[in-house]
Design a protein around this ligand. Structure first.
Ligand code: SF4
Ligand code: SF4
Length: 79
């Protein structure tokens, strides 16, 4: 049994614990296509007023969203 009584993939757990990078959407470049949201394994991305927004408390820093964004709207910063 893992955290909060749920089974959890250990790799994902440690990735979350050792997270070093922060991913953010630069709203001026986002066109709301939703590709980032569909790629996110944590369901960390929400759309607000047609623009994607990354919930930092949910994001585990895997970087998938930045790879799929066709507009370069997601940026990575070191924590
Ligand atoms: S993939 Fe890029 S352009 Fe599309 S919704 Fe996400 S941040 Fe916006
Ligand atoms: S870095 Fe990974 S977990 Fe975080 S928002 Fe992007 S796809 Fe989701």
């Amino acid at each position: 049994m893992g955290i909060n009584g749920e089974y959890m993939n250990l790799d994902e757990y440690f990735a979350k614990q050792e997270k070093k990078d922060t991913y953010m959407v630069e709203s001026q470049y986002c066109v709301g296509c939703g590709r980032c949201k569909m790629s996110c394994p944590e369901n960390a991305i929400k759309k607000i007023n047609g623009i994607s927004f990354i919930q930092q408390d949910v994001c585990m820093g895997c970087g998938r969203c930045i790879e799929v964004c066709p507009h370069g709207a997601i940026v990575k910063t070191k924590a």
